[in-house]
Design a protein around this ligand. Structure first.
Ligand code: SAM
Ligand code: SF4
Length: 326
């Protein structure tokens, strides 16, 4: 029985675990150029602590775990963590920038992790360099192709930024013609240090209109809305894949939210935008009981957007995205 039910009746069965705060890319919307301050290793969960806490959530009813970061694949003991988590009765997913995927395909297959969200914001090599401040475009693109060929269920996450990559919307959708993959356009969201402002946002309506004008209105087919889904999904008629829009800013999906988060330093967050965190790790290390803390954290979940009256407050009152885990 699931006991992770908040005061608005939402049942939580999905845990997103950030394995590490650091990253091998420096996406401008996520991470400051110089990276984030290095912290003492002791401040982060060990493998045993992470598995212990994950097990608690599974006992309470979590059925889906997503590994994220920072970049989860730069975690030294990634394969071992994956192996342990694969023994839990959960569906395993991962969000990655894809740079190191080729080194881990076999481990992922062995663990039965076959849902991959791979982040790629542009199909142009020079733009990739601008947005990530690194030069790994070809590797990421090849790894996406390889993941599809190996039968992984692949979604490509593209954060849309006005006048930077919104001219590539149709090119991304074209990728779904002969590839069984989902494109997920993500609205640019505000986090500490990422220079967000409303003029950089590309709305859901703009994406749909662009697609409809190009492919023809009657050829844009809406997929049924799945429970707890974050994206509104569409398909171009006769295309293999689909595309969706995650419009957290303009059209949030808080009413059906089933997600909880565990940061790499062992803090529980009941919402991406919540600045109230529960320190599970310190209590665990002090021999305390994290059960009641987890349940209290769920009960404290706000109706929407972490209780922020204005999402732009997330710029000053929340962590940088890379330390939360997307
Ligand atoms: N490094 C991995 C990656 O890039 O996929 C996992 C962590 S990353 C923080 C998770 C997701 O959050 C990525 O798809 C990334 O594009 C997205 N993201 C980061 N900052 C964002 C922002 N300000 N607005 C919207 N999405 C963002
Ligand atoms: Fe790294 Fe992912 Fe953030 Fe880019 S979005 S800097 S890849 S954590």
């Amino acid at each position: 029985m699931n006991t992770l039910i908040d005061t608005y009746g939402r049942t939580h069965d999905y845990l997103r675990i950030s394995l590490i705060e650091r990253c091998n890319l420096r996406c401008t919307y996520c991470m400051p150029e110089e990276g984030i301050p290095l912290r003492d290793r002791a401040e982060f969960m060990t493998e045993e602590e992470l598995i212990y806490i994950a097990k608690k959530f599974v006992e309470f009813g979590v059925k889906k775990i997503r590994l994220t970061g920072g970049e989860p694949l730069i975690k030294k003991n990634f394969a071992s963590i994956l192996d342990h988590l694969s023994q839990l009765p959960v569906s395993l997913h991962m969000t990655t920038n894809g740079v190191l995927l080729d080194k881990y395909f076999n481990d992922l297959e062995k663990a039965g992790l076959n849902h991959l969200n791979i982040s790629l914001d542009t199909l142009q090599e020079d733009r990739f360099g601008t947005i990530t401040r690194r030069k790994n475009f070809a590797r990421v693109y090849e790894n996406i192709q390889e993941a599809i060929a190996r039968g992984f269920k692949v979604k490509v996450n593209a954060v849309l930024i006005k006048d930077f990559n919104d001219d590539e919307i149709l090119n991304f959708i074209e990728l779904t013609k002969n590839n069984n993959l989902g494109i997920r356009f993500i609205e640019f969201m505000p986090f500490q240090g990422n220079k967000w402002d409303t003029t950089k946002k590309v709305s859901e309506e703009e994406v749909i209109l662009k697609a409809a004008n190009h492919f023809g209105h009657k050829n844009i087919i809406k997929s049924p809305f799945e429970n707890n889904a974050t994206a509104r999904v569409f398909q171009v008629a006769n295309y293999e894949g689909d595309f969706g829009i995650i419009s957290t800013v303009t059209n949030p999906f808080c009413d059906t939210c089933n997600r909880l988060r565990l940061t790499a330093d062992g803090k529980m967050k009941n919402c991406l935008f919540s600045n109230k965190e529960t320190d599970l790790l310190t209590t665990l290390r002090n021999g305390g009981d994290i059960t009641s803390l987890i349940l209290e954290n769920v009960k404290a979940k706000k109706k929407g957007l972490g209780g922020l009256s204005d999402l732009s407050k997330s710029l000053s009152e929340n962590r940088p995205m890379t330390t939360i885990g997307g």
